[in-house]
Design a protein around this ligand. Structure first.
Ligand code: FAD
Length: 634
């Protein structure tokens, strides 16, 4: 049957990428359809029940600043929140939340079901319809044909997915879900550049059989409890619970080694490359043979279940080995495994085959986002989903693609890394991937992106209002701090010591004092009113200030020098970044370059010097030589 309605954007897959893509396109006014295997699994977390962390939390905040769903859903479902790196600089501070799986899925589903312009339909997609070089729709397993002007494919780990437990393997998209085999075959037919990757997950444990008295308790941050969304509130959080820590030991490692001969990884059954930064426990024992213990976090999967996720023992070893290795650890001597650990191998598509908008080069109107692009992680998927959803919607409107720059957003870094460097292993975000990380902080993601989100049509009135109030309050209070002066004659020594840690010899305004490392905004506000030189100015802020406003003011004051320096660097880099390379430039003729670099450049044909500089193997020295060549041949 041909479905009677035509859609602007059809999103295939209701995981983290698909849900954000669908919400974004619908918010931008496109008639959007989300086609997914199973409505019950919308927003399902395939692996660990947690959102955020270093680099990843930054992406979640950016998705939120652009009106996405992930941060608010986490605020509604988070059962433990922490700020990682809280004692380090603001660039690397990151929010992480343990989430209740059931609440998280419900929060995502509610948003999707209530999103105007968005329709949901449950069916496997087996085929795409293509006319000439343009996608025209999708066909489901039951033969229902949906017409769409664009299609965003977010099939995650499902394309020709193969699950491994020991030497046994079978087809699956993830445990309990079917693979997407026909769709995988169709994509291969379309000659899109493709490869195999793998990832894995640990066995899940029944909390009733864990002896927590033998484990170390790890509480969340309680004062204050962190919040993910810029429009969220700690009052949205359900009950908060602790996590627990145990360790592997020599005996655990012996058990693991005894299973190596039946490991699908070590016996060559798995061909795909796994995530280096999320290795399986057998990989850790093999690679770090000298280490006699590894930490294992026991993370609750929710408030209404006894299931625990033992973070750190992802494995595809045979079940008998999993059983013994779990029981070799303190507190887990009697632990019952509810679900075995496993590895999954799946197809991904080389993201260098995508345009900067994430549209495939081969098939116009077809966009890819999420794990299918060779990434790993819910947050990376969500950010890409939003990005592809926006660009599919812009194409429908006949507008230029939106591509954030590397100095504007981690999303910009992610997109740029993927399309220029591709992947050799599942890609995850780190703060170290960003050159300008001091300006790409979690705390200012809204300042960086919400205005753009509003312009694109992603940000609703309520969020826009909160954003404007915050921005105005920061600006008003910054002005006020500059205009209030502290007079040393009016400042008793004890008061100066308490608030400033030292006495002052001349008048300073509050903004200048706040730049000092040990001076806090709260301290300045507690100064006795008599300290002020300017007559009639009260020491307190104008009404109680919202914590994020104070945070912005403090960071701007304390890091002003570094931030200014980074802005200069960004400007200098921008000059080269956007320098267009002549389309007819024959890189093979640039003799100063090594043959390898010439071949790489010829193969990728970068449009700008910035894009050239990020092709793997193209060194800064090669870029200088290329620049000289361009100047000489101008
Ligand atoms: P998914 O979340 O996989 O969602 C894909 C969606 O598409 C699903 O709803 C599926 O039903 C639907 N779908 C697929 N094909 C079709 C079709 N043909 N028709 C209709 N619907 C379709 N990430 C980490 O960061 N660390 C880890 O340690 C980690 N371990 C993992 C272990 C396992 C076993 C698995 C399965 C995943 C793991 N991940 C891990 C990856 C993480 O789950 C993904 O990065 C993330 O879920 C990707 O989001 P996505 O939206 O791209 O795809």
């Amino acid at each position: 049957m041909l479905y009677p309605q035509e859609f602007d954007v059809i999103v295939v897959g209701g995981g983290h990428a698909g849900t954000e893509a669908a919400v974004a396109a619908a918010r931008m006014g496109c008639r959007t359809l989300l086609l997914t295997h199973n409505i019950e699994t919308l927003g399902q977390m395939s692996c660990n029940p947690s959102i955020g962390g270093i680099g990843k939390g930054h992406l979640v905040k950016e998705v939120d600043a652009l009106g996405g769903a992930m941060a608010l859903a986490t605020d509604e479902a988070g059962i433990q929140f922490r700020i990682l790196n809280s004692s380090k600089g603001p660039a690397v501070r990151a929010t992480r939340a343990q989430a209740d799986r059931v609440l998280y899925k419900a929060a995502i589903r509610r948003r999707l079901e209530n999103q105007p312009n968005l329709m949901l339909f449950q069916q496997a997609v087996d085929d795409l319809t293509v006319e000439g070089d343009r996608v025209t729709g999708a066909v489901t397993q039951a033969g229902i044909r949906f017409r769409g002007r664009t299609v965003v494919l977010t099939a995650g780990t499902f394309l020709d997915g193969k699950i491994h437990v020991g030497l046994n393997n079978y087809s699956g998209g993830r445990a309990g879900d079917p693979p997407a085999v026909s769709l995988s075959a169709r994509l291969k037919e379309l000659k899109l550049p493709q490869g195999r990757l793998k990832t894995g997950t640990p066995p899940r444990l029944d909390g009733r059989t864990i002896d927590f008295s033998k484990c170390e308790e790890q509480p969340g941050d309680l004062d204050p409890v962190p919040v993910f969304s810029f429009v969220g509130d700690a009052a949205m959080h359900p009950g908060q619970v602790p996590c627990w820590i145990t360790h592997t030991n020599e005996r655990t490692h012996e058990i693991i080694r005894s299973g190596f001969d039946r490991s699908p990884m070590f016996t060559g059954k798995i061909e795909g490359v796994g995530p280096r930064y999320c290795p399986s426990v057998e990989d850790k024992i093999n690679r770090f043979a000298g280490k006699d213990s590894h930490q294992v976090f026991l993370e609750p999967e929710g408030l209404t279940t006894n299931e625990f996720y033992p973070n750190g023992i992802s494995t595809s070893l045979p079940f008998d080995i999993q059983y013994q290795l779990v029981r070799s650890m303190a507190g887990l001597e009697n632990a019952h495994i509810l679900r075995p650990g496993y590895a999954i191998e799946y197809d991904y598509f080389d993201p260098r085959g995508l345009r900067r908008s994430f549209e495939t080069r081969q098939v116009a109107g077809l966009f890819f986002a999420g794990q299918i692009n060779g990434t790993t992680g819910y947050e990376e998927a969500a950010a890409q989903g939003l990005f592809a959803g926006v660009n599919a919607a812009l194409q429908c409107r006949g507008e230029e693609a939106w591509v954030p720059a590397r100095d504007e957003a981690y999303l910009g870094v992610l997109v740029d890394d993927l399309i220029t460097k591709g992947v050799t292993e599942p890609y995850r975000m780190f703060t170290s991937r960003a050159e300008f990380r001091l300006q790409l902080r979690e705390d200012n993601a809204d300042i960086r992106l919400t205005e753009t989100g509003r312009r694109l049509g992603l940000v609703d009135d309520a969020r826009w209002d909160v954003f404007n109030r915050k921005r105005d309050a920061v600006s008003r209070e910054t002005q006020r701090l500059r205009s209030v002066w502290v007079n040393p004659r009016n400042l008793p020594a004890a008061e100066a010591q308490r608030v400033l840690g030292t006495s002052i010899e001349r008048e300073y305004n509050l903004a200048d004092l706040l730049r000092r490392p040990d001076v806090t905004y709260a301290g300045l506000m507690s100064l006795n009113g008599g300290a002020y030189a300017t007559a009639g100015v009260t020491p307190r802020a104008l009404g109680p200030l919202w914590a994020p406003v104070v945070e912005q003011i403090e960071i701007a004051a304390k890091y002003a020098g570094y931030i200014e320096r980074q802005k200069d660097e960004v400007e200098r880099a921008a000059a080269y970044e956007h320098l267009k390379l002549p389309p007819d430039l024959d890189f093979m003729q640039v003799e100063a370059l090594s043959i390898e670099v010439r071949q790489k450049l010829n193969q990728h044909r970068p449009e700008t010097l910035g894009l050239a500089s990020r092709i793997s193997g193209v060194t800064p020295a090669a870029i200088s030589l290329l620049l000289i060549h361009l100047k000489k041949n101008r």
